[in-house]
Design a protein around this ligand. Structure first.
Ligand SMILES: Cc1cc2nc3c(=O)[nH]c(=O)nc-3n(C[C@H](O)[C@H](O)[C@H](O)COP(=O)(O)OP(=O)(O)OC[C@H]3O[C@@H](n4cnc5c(N)ncnc54)[C@H](O)[C@@H]3O)c2cc1C
Length: 381
């Protein structure tokens, strides 16, 4: 029996743990730095058909319908005047069993962790990784030491495990954007409850979508914002009411009244990867945001985390681990280019380029060949 260690109980770590657990050839342990997994968070997540297909392999299709939603369209609007620009039928990529899905992040996490009670070890922060022939020795800050055949690193964008292996050479960078998240109560009539609404503004865009058939809606905005090096390192700033108010005052066209109607408003600086890190050992692999984190403008982070986890599992199963890194880099590059392009196009500020963008957008959302190349290629696996 092969022993597998997973560092980090986020979406990617929990998903791959489920895959290993279902196979008797492996014994799996997940090491999580925190003392519990936050499963109350009401914020949402969008999952495209590529990840739904893989999640269904561990019975995601059995998750109650009341906990998930299948939007038909993405409606594009202008932030400035709320006029509709065009619509994209996202459900055109659906099949009978795999549908574009929105849900609460906590519903996904609860689903992923439900069979892993015995496998998750909390309060374990990794401190050292030693590679000895085919064995990987892992030490934790609580002085515990374990040996494994495989080490899978899924400890997120600020991956400490990656820093230990790369000697701090590959660090994420601040993307000059802030993410503003919140929850719009179902009682509100300020949003479409059946579709995804995407509002485009100057150096700013926001998205509202339902996370269940009759429940709340998720609000997520991405705004260009400069932070000094000191501000980038000071996460306590984002709990400071004065700092938050100063940021919200800078949001174009949305006033205090708008933000007052949103619950659990939180602001985060967005950090992204700029480089890949290849581990010179077929028994150690990175997945999820630890492998590569992109800007949230294409809503593919979680879907790619799930896809990468599945690919790695299959490669380990088939003894083809050496193929994993290159194949994943190719796909991630495609997604990253689209994420960067989306952010650029969504944030245009010059009136003439904005007008041209809207004209192109109206045509492109109806152009099957373009949609197949831009979205279909990513949603295939
Ligand atoms: C604002 C925003 C909106 C987004 N919206 C979407 C969306 O709609 N759709 C989508 O597909 N993606 C979205 N994403 C991206 C998505 O959330 C991430 O890509 C995904 O959660 C990454 O999962 P992960 O498992 O790799 O990392 P994480 O979810 O970050 O999990 C890492 C885990 O590792 C643990 N950990 C960290 N350090 C250590 C350590 N040293 N030792 C042990 N454990 C450790 C952490 O506590 C955590 O549990 C969004 C991202 C942002 C920032």
């Amino acid at each position: 029996m092969k022993k597998v260690a997973i560092i980090g109980a986020g979406i990617s770590g929990l998903f791959i743990a489920n895959l290993f657990k279902r196979n008797k050839k492996y014994q799996v342990n997940i090491f999580e730095r925190n003392s519990l997994i936050n499963s109350k968070e009401g914020y949402g997540i969008q999952l495209s058909v590529n990840s739904i297909k893989l999640l269904n392999k561990i019975q995601f299709d059995k998750l109650e319908n009341s906990e998930k939603f299948n939007p038909d369209k993405i409606n594009f609007y202008s932030v400035k005047n709320s006029n509709k620009i065009c619509e994209l039928n996202i459900s055109d990529f659906n099949t009978e069993n795999f549908k574009y899905t929105t849900l609460k992040r906590s519903s996904l996490i609860n689903f992923l962790k439900k069979d892993l009670e015995k496998e998750i070890k909390f309060d374990h922060t990794i401190s050292k990784i030693e590679q000895q022939d085919q064995i990987v020795k892992i030490s934790f800050e609580n002085n515990k030491i374990y040996e494994f055949d495989y080490l899978i690193i899924s400890d997120g964008v600020f991956s400490k495990s990656k820093n230990l292996l790369s000697k701090n050479q590959i660090e994420p960078k601040f993307n000059d954007t802030l993410a503003i998240r919140g929850i719009i109560p179902s009682s509100s009539n300020m949003a479409d409850k059946k579709n995804i609404s995407l509002f485009l503004g100057s150096n700013f865009h926001y998205v509202i979508y339902p996370v269940s058939p009759n429940g709340d809606l998720n609000f997520i905005a991405v705004m260009k914002f400069k932070l000094s090096m000191d501000e980038q390192k000071d996460f306590s700033l984002f709990n400071n009411d004065n700092f938050i108010r100063k940021i919200l005052e800078k949001v174009p066209h949305l006033n205090k009244e708008f933000f007052d109607s949103i619950n659990d408003l939180k602001i985060y600086p967005v950090f992204v990867s700029h480089d890949f890190f290849e581990v010179n050992n077929n028994n150690i692999h990175l997945i999820g945001d630890a492998f590569f984190a992109f800007s949230p403008s294409f809503a593919q982070g979680a879907s790619q985390s799930i896809e990468g986890a599945y690919e790695l599992f299959e490669n380990i199963e088939n003894d083809t681990e050496s193929n994993f890194f290159r194949n994943r880099v190719d796909k991630i590059k495609m997604v990253n280019n689209r994420s960067k392009f989306n952010q650029f196009a969504f944030h245009l500020s010059n009136p003439l380029t904005t007008l041209l963008r809207n004209i192109f957008l109206k045509r492109l959302v109806k152009n099957k060949r373009f949609l197949e190349a831009y979205l279909g290629k990513i949603y295939k696996n």
